[in-house]
Design a protein. Structure first.
Length: 294
């Protein structure tokens, strides 16, 4: 019989999941609990995703379908109200898709982090378990997502004043992202508020900011490579469907949300891995004390 999710929970502050009495049906962690090197932090998210492929497929697929339907529904409604205006339809498609992307990232990030952290505890979370974890920590996760968005927009806007400064702004943004990289895992695992989560993230990431910034930039490059076929497929299919407005809008919105869905799941698992790794480095969470029954 499966253990109650609420009774087991994910990794908590000061708690080593390997030292907590495990339920009968507990599984060993997919990724070992120890400090991880750069290459491992880049590769191991895919091991976690593979171990929970069914949950992530259902979670990501559901988010993708719902996001596309809502975006197209809002776009269609605005197009109808504006008598098919090209400008109104285009603006509605952009704003509706951007809103759906924001919500999809919020839900996927929280649920994926919860599923990944539970794995370290030897518990297999399902989609509903991950969503319940998001619901329990909804307020600080929403604030974290708002600040995440505003920070990204602010830094990139400053960097876009001069074209030559844009790469420097991207490096600056990577450093900012690195310092707050484990905020969401702290919020989910340690039941922290937003402020406490940011402060603890900065403390845990001390000494690894620039390596994590490099990891963040490397992931952006990988996501860019993934985006090429995702956006190439709509244009390929347009050869068969024709360049009809709604066919092109549907394929572009679907391709963009697909890239966002896949990249967010990968990045969220990476955040959970970094959280465990940095706790091992900073707090010795991987150290075993003989006879310790915590």
């Amino acid at each position: 019989m499966r253990p109650a999710v609420d009774a087991v929970g994910a990794v908590g502050a000061g708690i080593d999941p390997a030292l907590v009495p495990a339920p009968v049906t507990a599984m060993p962690p997919t990724v070992p609990i120890r400090p991880l090197r750069f290459r491992e932090l880049l590769d191991e998210p895919f091991a976690l995703i593979q171990a929970h492929i069914r949950a992530f497929a259902v979670l990501g697929g559901s988010a993708l379908v719902i996001g596309v339907l809502i975006s197209l529904g809002v776009t269609g409604l605005v197009s109808h109200l504006t008598d098919g205006s090209d400008a109104g339809t285009a603006l509605a498609a952009i704003l509706a898709t951007a809103t759906c992307v924001w919500v999809v990232r919020l839900v996927l990030r929280g649920a994926t982090v919860a599923i990944a952290l539970a794995d370290f505890h030897g518990v297999r979370y399902g989609v509903l378990d991950g969503l319940r974890a998001v619901a329990r920590r909804a307020a600080p996760l929403v604030v974290a997502q708002i600040m995440f968005t505003l920070t990204g927009i602010g830094v990139l806007l400053l960097g876009s004043i001069l074209v030559i400064t844009y790469p420097l702004a991207l490096i600056w943004l990577s450093q900012v992202r690195a310092r707050r990289f484990v905020t969401e895992p702290v919020i989910v695992a340690e039941h922290a508020g937003f402020g406490a989560g940011v402060a603890r993230s900065k403390m845990l990431m001390e000494g690894a900011v620039w390596s994590t910034a490099g990891l963040w930039l490397t992931q952006r490059c990988i996501f860019a490579v993934l985006a090429v076929p995702a956006f190439g497929i709509p244009f390929f299919l347009s050869d068969f469907s024709g360049t009809h407005r709604w066919a092109v809008i549907t394929m572009l919105v679907g391709g963009f949300l697909l890239v966002v869905t896949v990249s967010e799941i990968v990045e969220a698992t990476s955040r959970a891995l970094n959280y465990i790794s940095r706790r091992c480095v900073r707090e010795g969470m991987d150290i075993r004390i003989p006879g310790d029954r915590r």
